[in-house]
Design a protein around this ligand. Sequence first.
Ligand SMILES: Nc1ncnc2c1ncn2[C@@H]1O[C@H](COP(=O)(O)OP(=O)(O)O)[C@@H](O)[C@H]1O
Ligand SMILES: [Mg+2]
Length: 309
Amino acid sequence: MNYCFTLIRLKYIIVNFELVAKVIAFHSYKGGTGKTTLAVNLSANLVSKGYNVLLIDMDVYAPSLYVYFDIQPKKWINDYLNDKISFCDSIYDFSHVIEEFHSGTLIKDTCGSFHAVFSNPSKQEITDLDSVMRKDSSKSQMLKKMLFLKETGIAETDYDFIILDTSPGIRYWSINSLAISDTIFLSLKMDNIDIEGTKHMAMDVYGSFTSYGTTSYLLLNRVAGYCEPPVLLDSSNSVYGENSSSFSALVLEQNETIKNLEKLIKMDVVSMIPCYCDMQFERQEYLTALKNPDHPFSKKIDELSKKIE
Ligand SMILES: Nc1ncnc2c1ncn2[C@@H]1O[C@H](COP(=O)(O)OP(=O)(O)O)[C@@H](O)[C@H]1O
Ligand SMILES: [Mg+2]
């Protein structure tokens, strides 16, 4: 009860506070809907356009963000939340990654800064953080730490965007992340279990955030129907190209799906991203938006980034 009260009060403080940075959370009902992939690629896209971005792995139950950066971090968000280090000390600077990818195509100075904070995948750390949140006395404290994180990001480090990769479902750490967010992208795959679960989560949880000014959107990802290597999505291709009859039928069908889904969940669909087989079966996760900017997935990420700029 005390926790709920703090949550509502916190939301009130946030909407009455002049904020510069936009906090964007990627959330979902089920796992594997692409939250981490979308969060990291959107961040990279924004940095390439000159924005300063802080990306935080708040999926404290199943962290995976560090994999994209190919490092073994020594400091984690867990250390900050457990009072072992300051928030600023948990931040890694990856601005050089963007600059390296763009060398020759972009003037270095046009990129923004790219900072990331990782969550510790060790079993002990996950259990420790979970048990902290089970104590009633710590819940409000942890929420304040999240708010502090947002304020520090804005006041001291001048970020344009803080992007949170959250845990699926409605566990405490996801709720804390959503509580400090201005925009939430609720990603889902088009299967019945996900749609049904997302509908309930949207009704039960999102209403309280949206009434305090948070905007939330559905983001359909890994949508079936296109599951072909990107080369077949080329408009010159007679089977899946944009001029083909099968492509037009697919677009019509999917527009109808979007309309029905928006009516059912009472939330607008911000984007519909197909399932690209080459990404799905790649053994190593990497930043497609940087490595392959002409990939249709990168184009979708760019469209999404234009909507939040
Ligand atoms: N549009 C997409 N097409 C194909 N594969 C995708 C797409 N989006 C994500 N994936 C893949 O799906 C898997 C799960 O994505 P991930 O971002 O880890 O999901 P989550 O963070 O929601 O658990 C990863 O292997 C990722 O590469
Ligand atoms: Mg993830």
